[in-house]
Design a protein around this ligand. Sequence first.
Ligand SMILES: Cc1ncc(COP(=O)(O)O)c(C=O)c1O
Length: 471
Amino acid sequence: MKRYEKFADEIAELIRSGVLKVGEKVPSVRHASRTYGVSPSTVFQAYYLLEDRGLIQARARSGYFVREHAKRPLPEPEISPRLSETTDVDVSELVFSVLASLRDPTTVPFGSAFPSPELFPLQRLARSMAQTVREMPAREVVAEMTSGHPDLRRQIALRYSVSGVLPPMDELVITTGAMEALNLCLQVVTEPGDLVAIEAPAFYATLQVLERLKLRAVEIPVHPRDGIDLDVLTSSLASLPIKACWFMSSLQNPLGASMDDNRKRSLYDLLQRHQVPLIEDDVYAELYFTREPPKPVKSHDRDGLVMHCGSFSKSLAPGYRIGWVAGGRYAEQISRLKLMTTISPSVPAQAAIADYLQHGGYDRHLRRLRHALERQQGEMLASAARHFPASTRVSRPSGGYFLWFEFPQAVDSLQLLQMALAQGISLAPGPIFSATRRFGHCARLNHGHPWDARSEQAMATLGRMIQSFCA
Ligand SMILES: Cc1ncc(COP(=O)(O)O)c(C=O)c1O
């Protein structure tokens, strides 16, 4: 990372932590240069970068100021109710019908699960694919269908070491996207009828997997900023025979919540006391806006209780379908189950990603991607404050590309979806994120696409629709 990028990150952290407040002047170039011991041109370059990330703006003859993302910032969502009853899961029909309605590529994609393809380095990745396939030894294409391509496992292990986790290479199993990894992990540690602790709200595919495997859910509330409610989890573990937990400890989908490191350690200690395995879904790990990458719960794992699942779908190329799991004490069972079901993900796709990670400039791409997502988050927050009712609540995640909106209670988000689709706008309605179809007045909106006049207009249209429920 260049000096000006590091300096920009330091100022961004001051803004994010509230030391520098919205509307406040950031240190002048001369002052910053003297105080931080960097050259004026480094400060200038850093401020241009922060301007580009949407965090500060220049005012004529006055210097740079922390940008007012929203003239009237909307408050954060409330904690979801204290729930931990057990329930069968039956949401697949609803999820499939909503997902089918989101497929039209001409709609404004607020309901999409992916960022814009424009933000991925697909051309560069295609070069890696062409070259590796051309040079691939025949033996590799035919015989390397085991736990994963060795180069890719090495590259993934290297990335882990940056976040303070050092899983042995033989713990790493490469899978067809994180979705396969998550499915395998759950199958290894449960039998039909078992209880699994999940988040409320949760990623809708989690619910579908539980439904398919005939598992029962214990919904644990998630605080929009701090993540899993550890008190509710503690009492649930004490009173119910929970066999596994499936949680996202960083950039939770759909709330965007991230637990801090102390809470992650407490979560681990709690699970360790009960010897309940954790399936840690960490697919948004690379999309953080903070200076330091968030560490996973896996970084506290002393005895292989955590199965940490990752993916390149959110940060590089969803269609290559490459994910993985660092499976801890369950790695061997996971690997065997994979051999019995899908054998191996595509070897050329694994080799291409391995080559790209080594030579393609992944870190540079990730920095650009994070900056674009952060800028677009600011645009959507500001637009929501302009167009949505003042009683709307919205999350403020420190990464990723989703915002979670809590509209006034009168809003029915499934009905809102139908109204929005008729106007060419999609959204992800709250009930698809709940085993018990809660969150009827909530929705997840995606800001992973470049912001333009059409996005702004779509927010204004949604705002009018939301108002119509309250009239
Ligand atoms: C929270 C979460 N976990 C897992 C996945 C699946 O990832 P993959 O595409 O690697 O299978 C997604 C994708 O939408 C997701 O949002």
